[in-house]
Design a protein around this ligand. Structure first.
Ligand code: ADP
Ligand code: MG
Length: 601
């Protein structure tokens, strides 16, 4: 390490020299300072917000060894590798290493060799590890993915429960808990279980400004996907599908069409999964077609897109899954292929649940997703609103809706037709049935109730099913209809609905637009040819050393090189993401490549 005063190097120096960053991300400085002052911390920060640095940097600045609890072996290994690449002594102790190796690391830990030791929760409170902890000088405890401790959360891990003893066993050592997902009940649970009631609490913004959200009507999904991928052959990303079989099929089809894609799901054996994940991390595969089994362990920074081929399960899931795109901060796409037929299928599924409570929860979650996808309102704003955060709609680079705002259309005639149908069927039916009647369906349900003989039957044939379903939803949203919460979503006309029905004034609503695509088309600035060449070089360097490509340099660093054309080590040092260690290891070859490129062009 290269700092002048070895005893207590300033946070800024460590940030620059070891991590290679020129400034802190939001909240990092406050959290680091709080830990350095010996206080406990609870931090709720979004994925990609830079939580690791919040404990890694204090770990380097404080005497002793930081103990980091992390739920997944793959995650620990990535972090230890990344730290090694920065020249930091760190290791992990878990079932992934042999007993012998574990003892050796334990011994070295007690001698104070490591600044950070990552440990699995089930090992932390074993007798042998406790003994080790007592004979080690500990700087701080960091609990990563702290929501795993709560039964109310989505990733509950019973092993995490054991951590709650830590506070009483080591009352004087600062403890920091980090998570990207915590509802109010999960947060309370974390604080109570870890004994962090007096911790300084931090809450970051969940807005991800570099993500462009869009929803595409799912018309010809495979073709839509292929066209998108062909438009950006260098980009890598994840395609989420709802079933294992579809993951296999779509991946195989993509390979057949010349895309370097691999499937990933819980049906593959552990070895296959590991190989596919590694190929993806090394940029050998560009696209992973996965079920939601793929995700938590993935720390690939330069994903340019996350596409949901099928409907996300909940908005919270959607936030997490889409959030895997663009962790390096560069513009990236989050796309959902949406059809109301998919939604209807999920709804049928939910209705089959035996437990009434479960059923209601599933339907409420589904409704939140469909409303988000169908409503012509800023996607970012409505996604964040779901997490209790406010934001302004963001224009051109925000989402499909902001890019192409909806136009107002006079829908009075259709609205009156729809209301007439609700009235004509006795206000006892839901959206789907009403629309069936409007479209003139002769289904059993329609005929058996005599709805084929009422005046409104078939009066909506001139418009598509989607149009009517949407309109019904909008009339509910604007208070002309209410949807009964009885589980059947019976539609009833409100007093303002009756006024609309009887009156003459026009009803103007934003029309659902033709959905557009497109966010980022690769690097925004810099020389594209050079950028591609540097990526090639990175691949070669990474392969030679058996490292994932992003551990050499992240995309954002290469992009900066392609635009700054650095000529010396001093120039490189100015680029965010290049610390001393990487400068020494990779600087010379990259400088040479840049010089050659400049000479040629
Ligand atoms: P989280 O755990 O919150 O999801 P990470 O700790 O994995 O986030 O960090 C996300 C990315 O941000 C990583 O690529 C990391 O190197 C980068 N990063 C962290 N702190 C900074 C900083 N101060 N400046 C620039 N990049 C940073
Ligand atoms: Mg993290």
């Amino acid at each position: 390490m290269t700092n002048d005063r070895a005893s207590s190097p300033s946070a800024e120096l460590l940030l620059r020299n070891v991590f290679g960053y020129s400034s802190f991300k939001p909240l990092q400085k406050q959290i680091v300072d709080t830990l350095l002052a010996g206080r406990d911390v609870f931090a709720l920060m979004p994925t990609g917000g830079g939580k690791s640095l919040c404990y890694q940097l204090p770990a380097l600045a404080m005497p002793g060894t930081a103990i980091v609890v992390s739920p997944l072996i793959a995650l620990m290994k990535d972090q230890v590798d990344a730290l090694a690449a920065l020249g930091v002594e760190a290791t992990c102790i878990n079932t992934g290493v042999s007993g012998n190796e574990r003892s050796k690391r334990g011994y070295e830990m007690a001698t104070g060799r490591f600044k950070l030791v990552y440990v699995a929760p089930e090992r932390l409170l074993t007798e042998s590890f406790l003994r080790l902890l007592r004979s080690t000088k500990i700087s701080l405890f960091a609990i990563d993915e702290a929501h795993c401790i709560s039964e109310w959360g989505h990733d509950f891990r019973p092993e995490y429960r054991a951590i709650s003893r830590l506070r009483s066993l080591f009352p004087t050592i600062p403890m920091a808990a980090f998570t990207a997902t915590a509802t109010a009940s999960v947060r309370k649970d974390i604080l109570a279980q870890l004994g962090l009631e007096r911790a300084a609490q931090f809450r970051g913004s969940f807005n991800r400004p570099n993500l462009f959200y869009s929803v595409w009507p799912k018309t010809d999904p495979y073709h839509q996907l292929l066209t998108y991928l062909r438009g950006r052959p260098e980009a890598s990303g994840i395609v989420y599908v709802g079933a294992r079989k579809r993951a296999d099929e779509v991946a195989a089809a993509l390979v057949h069409d010349g895309v370097r894609a691999l499937p990933y799901h819980a049906g593959l054996d552990a070895d296959q999964r590991r190989r596919h994940q590694e190929a993806f991390m090394r940029d050998e595969a560009k696209v992973v077609v996965a079920t939601i089994a793929f995700g938590m362990g993935i720390d690939k920074q330069d994903l340019r897109f996350v596409i949901h081929y099928d409907l996300p399960e909940t908005l919270a899931n959607y936030y997490q899954e889409s959030g895997r795109a663009g962790r390096d901060g560069a513009p990236s796409d989050c796309i959902v292929l949406y059809s109301s037929a998919d939604a209807a299928r999920v709804r049928r599924f939910a209705r089959q649940k035996d437990d009434r409570h479960e059923q209601e929860r599933a339907l409420a979650q589904l409704n939140a997703v469909t409303a988000w996808a169908e409503r012509p309102a800023c996607r970012r704003q409505s996604l964040l609103a779901y997490f209790g955060e406010d934001c302004e709609p963001g224009g051109e680079h925000c989402c499909d809706i902001c890019r192409t705002p909806a136009v107002l259309e006079d829908v009075s005639t259709d609205a009156r037709t729809l209301l007439a149908c609700v009235a004509g069927t006795g206000q006892r039916f839901g959206r789907t049935h009403i629309v069936e009647v409007l479209l003139g369906s002769l289904s059993e349900k329609v005929v058996s109730r005599g709805h084929d003989r009422i005046a409104v039957h078939g009066t909506g044939r001139h418009r598509a099913r989607e149009h009517w379903l949407n309109l019904a939803r909008e009339l509910v949203q604007h208070g002309y209809l209410v949807e009964d919460g009885d589980g059947y979503h019976t539609l009833q006309i409100t007093p303002s609905g009756r006024r609309l029905q009887a009156g003459q004034e026009p009803l103007l609503l934003p029309r659902t637009r033709q959905v557009t695509s497109r966010a980022s088309k690769g690097p925004v600035d810099g020389d594209l040819g050079l950028f591609e060449e540097l990526r090639g070089l990175r691949r070669a360097v990474a392969a030679e050393r058996g490292l994932p490509a992003y551990l050499v340099f992240q995309d954002s660093v290469l992009r900066q090189m392609a635009s700054d054309l650095p000529r010396s080590e001093a120039d490189l040092r100015r680029i965010s993401g290049i610390g001393e260690r990487k400068l020494a290891a990779f600087g010379p070859v990259f400088l040479q490549a840049i010089a050659e490129y400049v000479a040629r062009s």
